[in-house]
Write a protein that binds this ligand. Sequence first.
Ligand code: ADP
Ligand code: MG
Ligand code: MG
Length: 211
Amino acid sequence: MSLGITWTTDWIRESARVVAEHRVELINLDRAIGDGDHGENLDRGYTAVMAKLDDLPPDATPGDALKLVATTLISTVGGASGPLLGTAYLKAAGAAGAEKELDGAAVVALLTAARDGIVLRGKAESGDKTMIDAWTPAVDAAAAALAAGKTEAEILDAAATAAEAGAVATEPLVARKGRASYLGERAIGHRDPGAQSSSLLLRAAADAAKG
Ligand code: ADP
Ligand code: MG
Ligand code: MG
């Protein structure tokens, strides 16, 4: 089963739902090692996305929907995460192109493009205690699942599981990018809020593929 516009809009709706559900948790993570606005930033962004989602034309492609998320997040989220996630969705939209249906290889290409967009914009490397520490294990797990002949839903499930582990693995790290980098060793023991929110967004993608 390939993934089309229904999966894409289900993913977006589920993302908005989980961001709202985890708003306070993300605020508290960011309060510990940042400025405490991450949950607020994302909730504002996805609320704005939800207000525009029904305006998509009936023949919209996955790329059209991802582009709508990109432009809306860039204009409403602010902070470090707005331009970073906006770029991720913009590059994901570019990878999806004008296709109506995405197969496993296209799903891996979409996730890879999203991650590469975040790196291009934020210059973070693995282990810098950022959202990249969720995205890169997710991309690697997705590629491995594709190579093992898994379905689109299994590929996304593998990506989400790896992202969740990646977010947990940021806890012992010192941050080298973003506000948390000002804290030095005081960031140790705290999970990176952006890695946590990215793991939620990737789990939303997997849940949307279950139908
Ligand atoms: P701000 O720090 O501007 O208040 P947010 O709180 O919305 O923005 O987002 C903070 C998150 O952004 C961090 O937890 C981290 O995951 C991510 N982040 C910050 N800088 C970078 C970067 N250069 N590359 C990748 N991710 C980053
Ligand atoms: Mg913040
Ligand atoms: Mg801020």
